[in-house]
Design a protein around this ligand. Sequence first.
Ligand code: ATP
Length: 391
Amino acid sequence: FGDRAGRVRDISIERSVIGTRFSVLMGLVGALGTALVYWIGGYLVLKDVFTIGTIVAFNAYLVQLYNSIQSLSNTPVSFATSLVSFERVFEVLDLPLEIQEKSNAVELANVRGAVTFEHVTFWYSGETLLSEVKRRGQADGAALSGAVNEAGSNGKTSQARELALEDVSFQINAGELAALVGPSGAGKTTITYLIPRLYDPGEGRILIDGIDLRDVRLESLAAQIGMVTQETHLFHDTIRMNLMYPQREMDQAEIEAACKAANIHQFIMELPDGYDTVVGERGFRLSGGEKQRIAIARVILKNPRILVLDEATSHLDSQSEALIQDALKTVMAGRTSLVIAHRLSTILAADQILVVDRGQIVERGKHAELLAQGGLYTKLYLTQFKESESS
Ligand code: ATP
């Protein structure tokens, strides 16, 4: 990297030196040209060949010509740099589509929202997975590893595995709330990625209202699912545009009602330009909690039947967290929700808790039943959830 960075630096310096020499040369030619025009022109005016106006006009045109030549001289450099960007753009455009829609795919309409996983087995492309597992294995040594190793399924050791999910089956009835819990790297996020079909399972089926996801039109599937992750992406645009993305025009009253339900309206009104404040990478910086509440408002506006949520973890302050919890309660009402749960209150409210470990569902049931079993859930409860409730 050092070598290459050095080469880039040397090329940039060389380019600047050549560029500067060239513009000095062009400036000199321009100045000499002007002097020459007035010298010879002046002589010809004295000889009554031209009028003085002709000479002045001639010189003005000449200056325009110099400017154009100078811009033209920069073109090869801009062209060469753009070619590199073109290559990158085409690299992305040429990537094969992993998720293909069938030609006879059906529209997913009038969805009730029952979600079923039938013997789902899934793996990410081999090499990346193994290196990620190893990396995580080294990085996540701390708090949870004790609980995981002791209570790990069937007493397996914590070596890298190839399957991210293995024979996962569960059913969430329409309108129910299911909580996913489990140690880090267990496969909770992977389960949530399969529902909007970001990936297809290697084996098994995922169904919404009894229809296999591989048989439905992708756009109609996306319209039924709302996702709130911990990493909300906001575009470099106004809050209003971010809220409306990717849908139709909405009126202000509709937007405000959603933001009030998401506990973010008050905050937006205090910003310099209210709903027209530009946010995102180069705009106004929002905190993680504020971004998440905007994502919740976006989901309320989208009004999907199925919700996939990744609850906030401890990096939020308690006030922000309370606002989010409150907003989530509003948004979950009456929808099928699958939540990666970090809060005891969510887990207690869940119709079923799915305990994930090493890509498998190792325990399932309600809080009291699971606690009575004294397995992985009990360990997680003692190390994570109990603590999170008292903090
Ligand atoms: P956490 O609570 O830490 O977010 P998680 O339970 O959500 O963990 P997942 O993110 O679903 O776990 O990861 C499950 C397994 O799949 C892990 O072993 C992880 O290393 C692996 N994995 C996740 N994403 C990828 C990916 N894009 N490519 C390869 N492997 C991945």
